[in-house]
Design a protein around this ligand. Structure first.
Ligand code: SF4
Length: 63
């Protein structure tokens, strides 16, 4: 599963980080870093929660 962030929309509030910290990280509390996610059903479910929880609709699953 791959995820993209629209940096024009992201406000770095960290909600996605809380849902899946293995994949999402805020660098210097302002820039979102997205790591490649290993194939894992439990993690994939949390990534979907992270995408759905973004109040700015800044995240998109790309595959
Ligand atoms: S939840 Fe959305 S707005 Fe918040 S850090 Fe993640 S991508 Fe950015």
């Amino acid at each position: 599963m791959a995820v993209e962030v629209n940096r024009d929309l992201c406000e770095a509030n960290g909600l996605c980080v809380a849902a899946a910290p293995e994949v999402f990280e805020l660098e210097n509390d302002e820039e979102l870093i997205i790591r490649e996610a290993p194939a894992d059903a439990e993690l994939a479910a949390r990534i979907k929660v992270a995408v759905a929880s973004c109040p700015r609709l800044a995240l998109r699953v790309t595959d």
